[in-house]
Design a protein. Structure first.
Length: 307
């Protein structure tokens, strides 16, 4: 048996032909290409093919003006430090999800605008005309922003599904975004209550608070489960791990602080993978119960879904 020692490696190197050592000198320097990020991630849940697509990402300053509004600056800083997060800026991700059931292609939320969403959709191998059903988890601008392209429906062949409570709230709210992007689809829209199915195996669950009728979705196919928790928690540390921290974007902060542990507790107990619209891309992971400090823990998927 040959033992590889440092000396052995050095002498092996020394035995290389001289041309091999100097070959690098004839190469041009590779150009720097700037940051890059894959725009989709696909995996199977039972017989369903699930794809997350990156509809956008943007930095935001002063994260405590958004998360942990009800905790001290010191506590926010300490939790951030423990998790290698800056208190000066944070990165936001926007992640629509596609599920191909084999019978229909279903898109959950439409992103900030159709251009970015269609770009990510194309990178994943789809075009807008293939989408059969658009599900809206709730009606904030970063979820309904891709519904229209230059005044026409982006997903020309789609019908729409959303929560009844959510629709009714915005329909009465005189909201510009809703009136431009959602109201024109009313004729093609069906409405869910808590526990109703989009299609067999995809069930809506009331998780109110972030908005008056915000819903999350429970997926079951061939014995495997998945949760799509949308904006139930908008950051893995500052919201998911600390569900009682107030979030500026939650319309009813008390109700959101009740819905968060309810749904996260279910996902943790069932040990199923989950997709969160604002989790760091590809936005796929697991939720574990936490410890003394944190009530829950976001565990990014680490290859478990590649089998
Ligand atoms: Zn959102």
């Amino acid at each position: 048996m040959t033992k590889l020692t440092r000396r052995g490696l050095l002498s092996a190197g020394a035995a290389l032909p001289v041309a091999g050592l100097t070959a690098g000198a004839v190469h041009a320097e590779a150009p720097k290409l700037g940051q890059s990020f894959a725009q989709h991630r696909r995996f199977m849940i039972g017989d369903f093919e699930v794809t997350t697509i990156l509809g956008g990402t943007t930095p935001r300053e002063d994260p405590q003006s958004i998360f942990g509004m009800n905790v001290s600056e010191d506590e926010f800083a300490e939790v951030s430090r423990q998790n290698f997060l800056s208190t000066d800026a944070s990165q936001f991700f926007f992640t629509p999800t596609l599920i191909n059931t084999g019978a229909e292609l279903i898109l959950f939320d439409t992103g900030l605008n159709s251009e970015a969403t269609l770009g990510a959709l194309a990178s994943a191998g789809y075009n807008a005309d293939q989408v059969d059903i658009v599900v809206l988890t709730h009606m904030h601008g970063d979820h309904i922003g891709g519904m229209m392209t230059e005044g026409a429906p982006t997903f020309a062949n789609a019908r729409y599904v959303t929560g009844q409570v959510e629709y009714d709230h915005w329909a009465a709210a005189e909201n510009e975004g809703f009136d431009a992007n959602v109201r024109p689809m009313a004729e093609m829209m069906t409405f869910l209550g808590d526990g109703d199915d989009v299609v067999s195996g995809i069930t809506g669950m009331a998780a109110f608070g972030h908005t008056p009728g915000h819903m999350v979705y429970r997926i079951e196919s061939a014995g495997q489960g998945l949760a799509i928790f949308a904006d139930l928690a908008n950051h893995p540390v500052w919201s998911l791990a600390r569900p009682d921290w107030e979030v500026r974007f939650d319309a009813d902060k008390e109700q959101a602080a009740v819905s968060r542990p309810n749904v996260l507790g279910m996902i943790a107990a069932d040990r199923i993978p989950a997709i969160g619209y604002h989790m760091p891309f590809p936005a796929v992971g697991y939720v574990d119960t936490g410890n003394d400090d944190a009530e829950f823990r976001w565990v990014p998927e680490a290859g478990q879904l590649m089998g």
